[in-house]
Structure formats: C-alpha cells, structure tokens
Write a new protein. Structure first.
Length: 195
C-alpha cells in the first residue's frame, strides 16, 4: 500500500512540475499547498525566525517557478529535492546574516575581563544550537534528512518510510546511525571546548 501511495505522489508531482514548466500558476499553487508547510518548517528549523523562514519559502517556490526542470524524478522524490533546496537556501541566508555584524555590538575583546568571563544561559543556548547545526551538517545527507524530518518536523518512522519511499528498516537504521554519529561528534566537540 505504501508503495502505491508513494508512486501516486511521485506521479502527481511529475504532472505538477510539468505544468509548472508550462507556466501554469495553478500548478505552482497546488505544489505550494502540498509542500509549503514542509518547506517553511525546514527553513524555520534552520533560521529560527518566522520572517526569514517565510522569505526562504517564497524564494524556494520562486526558484521552482523560474527553473522547474531542475528536479529529476529519477534521482529522488520531489519532497527530498524541495527539502534540499530549502536547507541550502536557509544555510546561505544564515551565513549572510552572520557575516553582517550587529552595529551596536561591542567586540568581546574590548570589554573589561570581568564582563565576559561568565557565560549567560542565552549565550550557552545559542552556542549549543550553533554547535548542533554545525555537527548536523557533518552527517551524511541520507542520515541528516531523516534526523531533521523526525526531530524537527515530527514525522514518525512509518511516515518517513512512506514520504521517502524507503523500507521502514532502512529508515530506522539510518536514524539510529545518524544519532549515534551525532552523539559522538557532540561529545568530541564539547570535550575540546572544555579543554
């Protein structure tokens, strides 16, 4: 049953993308209705800001409108392609935001020593979040995708298997391996930070 459902989703996506390539605005709207929340959720997970996530969602669908032939159904599901586009666009935006220093920020080196020796809870959380994003990017793509969908989007193992057209055992194995690798990377990184 899951295979039939996945095949019908792929067929639907192929037809929608063909219509988009013929400049059918209704097809783009339908594609957005199917995948808009998935794209937005991925962008929000990376950027942690609703406004930026909305901008990235719009950018991704505009990119699809301009270049609908970029998706190759033989290489993967439309949802996987959209998540990859979204993740890459979000990371690019995050890098751009980080390159633009806050104008009112005082470099830590210019503060008296007693003002920057204690780390606030917010700074620690920011550091942990930043570190987690960095470590996630070191996972193999197939593990990263499953970890992000399971833990940031709330998909169950069965839903992931159906969405990505993978056997349930493969989903569970990739998730387990991804989490084991992430745990190892985390402990290595935090041990270095403590030294």
């Amino acid at each position: 049953m899951a295979l039939d459902s996945s095949n019908s989703i792929t067929s639907r996506d192929i037809q929608l993308m063909q219509r988009v390539s013929q400049r059918d605005q209704q097809a783009l709207l339908e594609l957005y209705q199917y995948y808009g929340s998935l794209v937005y959720g991925m962008a929000l997970k990376v950027l942690h800001t609703q406004v930026l996530a909305e901008e990235i969602t719009q950018d991704v669908f505009m990119k699809i409108w301009r270049q609908p032939d970029r998706w190759n159904p033989e290489l993967g599901q439309c949802s996987t392609w959209l998540l990859t586009l979204t993740r890459n666009a979000s990371i690019d935006r995050l890098r751009k935001e980080q390159r633009q220093p806050a104008q009112s920020a005082t470099p830590i080196e210019m503060l008296p020593p007693e003002k920057h020796t204690a780390v606030s809870v917010d700074e620690a959380r920011w550091h942990d979040g930043y570190l987690l994003q960095k470590l996630l990017s070191e996972l193999p793509v197939e593990q990263l995708q499953l970890v992000e969908l399971a833990f940031y989007q709330g998909f169950t193992h069965s839903e992931l298997a159906e969405l990505l057209n993978l056997p349930l055992g493969t989903v569970k194995t990739r998730l387990r391996l991804g989490l084991q690798r992430l745990r190892k990377l985390w402990f290595e990184a935090t041990e270095v930070d403590r030294d």
